[in-house]
Design a protein. Sequence first.
Length: 237
Amino acid sequence: MFHPDGPTLPQLARQALSSTVRGYDLIAPRFDHTPFRTPDNLLQQVVDHLDPVDRAVDLCCGTGAGLQAIRPLVRQELVGVDFSEGMLDIARQRLAAGTGLKPTLVHQDVLAYDGEKRFDLVVSFGAFGHFLPKDQPALSRTIARALRPGGRFVFVTGRHPGALNPLTWAAWGFNAAMVLRNAVIRPPFIMYYLTFLWPDCVEPLSRAGLEVSIVHDGLSAPYQRAMLIEARKPSSP
Ligand SMILES: C[S@@+](CC[C@H](N)C(=O)[O-])C[C@H]1O[C@@H](n2cnc3c(N)ncnc32)[C@H](O)[C@@H]1O
């Protein structure tokens, strides 16, 4: 459907009819050939704004594209967390190649991950749609719990495109289909568009004790609508 090596329509349908974890396990070998994998051009733009750090963690690391991108910046410890073993298998293969730190891959629900306040940098790419609004406070607390004082959570989001934008209607249509699917099929597949947008993301992150600010309002083409955001844990409580 997307690429000769990408998933076919029936495979995508099977994914959507599975639980979130099982869906990603199924699609993992083909995931890198879908538009759901964060593109290298976007990852590189984020990396260009980061300084070298001792410890970093990528939450919902998937097949490891984000880990691979930030690896050259990390001196001591690099961790990826994801609840799909299939996605982690691909990440393992990807990261076995190349130089730099060998990341630790943790098979776990991110909401249960305890980073023990040791990371200078937390990142997460392309995964906020998997967290319902009711889970965003817990996600924010997980991030805050992973950061050392002075550490930063850096992520990409955007503003709501507005009701007149065709993208909004496509997203609302997709979300409506998912609400319907999850009302009739168990277990649910949690994936909704237009979540954790600016400025909605500020509240849960602030409540978790992080200081949120815009690093860049608009990235380079084709991501002019994307925003690079930083949520910093204060150095002293
Ligand atoms: C769209 S993929 C993005 C993967 C990668 N970050 C990227 O940008 O290419 C979303 C990933 O989030 C993971 N995920 C979703 N919810 C999760 C949760 N609660 N805990 C751990 N992993 C989760 C999925 O297994 C999947 O690998």
